[in-house]
Design a protein around this ligand. Structure first.
Ligand code: ADP
Ligand code: ADP
Length: 229
């Protein structure tokens, strides 16, 4: 069976008297080791899907299965454990600790992990071996995102979730970041899910889930996912 499955997942945000239906019955499956792109316009529901999948938010109804567990049934304590051990997050604006160096940022993330990867090897894998002692402000945007990826990877998560990781970067740098995420997926057989609103980057996904107005509009399968030029 699938590594991840969403079954008629709905999410309603209650804002005072107003209800916003962010997800109106979402269904999809993802296999272990897939490199998945979630695409769609602003407000479509992409972040809501990722936040619920990452245990940062809960759905209003429906079922979500990850690696054989029904995470949509998890209580707060189970969700905390799940976020801590199973999920790596990468965000648009890096969220690095500014007064810690590259190596310290990565180290901090591994302190509460069960099976962290080797910190120096992980930093080398994202190409920052010569930047270990630098602070975030001394790095370019692309380099800061590499630190954020190293920090997420060092936890050795089951699932790497990336919300617009290229959103603050120029096209070329963003493409290199996506390539790094794709390589990581292949090398560690890790399931990686990336949100983007840049349709030019979707040919890199094994699977592209198009979200529109809170539902899945279509799912494209790329038999030969390619880095775009
Ligand atoms: P996307 O990531 O595709 O831009 P989101 O998942 O962030 O879309 O948002 C989907 C819909 O849910 C939007 O209409 C958004 O305004 C609404 N929404 C998202 N988060 C919240 C929230 N915390 N409270 C109320 N409405 C929200
Ligand atoms: P990238 O392709 O990773 O975004 P750039 O071409 O923007 O890298 O930057 C190249 C070099 O310039 C980086 O190694 C970094 O040291 C330096 N640099 C770029 N932007 C900044 C910045 N905002 N603050 C400090 N250094 C920067």
């Amino acid at each position: 069976s699938a590594f991840i499955e969403f079954e008629n997942v709905k999410k309603i945000y209650q804002m005072g008297e107003v209800q916003i239906e962010a997800l109106a019955g979402v269904n999809f499956k993802i296999d272990k080791g897939e490199f998945v792109v979630i695409a769609g316009a602003s407000g479509a529901g992409k972040s809501t899907i990722l936040n619920i999948l990452g245990g940062m938010d809960s759905c209003t109804s429906g079922n979500i299965y990850v690696d054989g567990s029904r995470i949509s049934e998890y209580n707060a304590k189970e969700l905390t454990t799940y976020r801590r051990y199973d999920i790596g997050f990468v965000f648009q604006f890096y969220n690095l600790v500014q007064n810690l160096t590259v190596v310290e940022n990565v180290e901090l993330a591994t302190q509460i992990c069960k099976n962290p990867l080797n910190i120096d090897e992980t930093i080398a894998a994202v190409g920052l071996q010569d930047r270990r002692g630098n602070f975030p402000a001394q790095l370019s945007g692309g380099e800061q995102q590499r630190v954020a990826i190293a920090r997420a990877l060092a936890k050795n998560p089951k699932l790497l979730l990336c919300d617009e990781p290229t959103g603050a970067l120029d096209y070329k740098t963003g493409k290199a970041i996506l390539k790094l995420l794709q390589d990581t997926c292949r090398e560690h057989h890790m399931t990686v899910i990336v949100i983007t609103h840049n349709l030019a980057l979707t040919p890199m996904g094994d699977k592209v889930i198009h979200v529109r107005n809170g539902v899945i509009e279509k799912v494209d399968i790329n038999d030969h996912p390619i880095p775009v030029e």
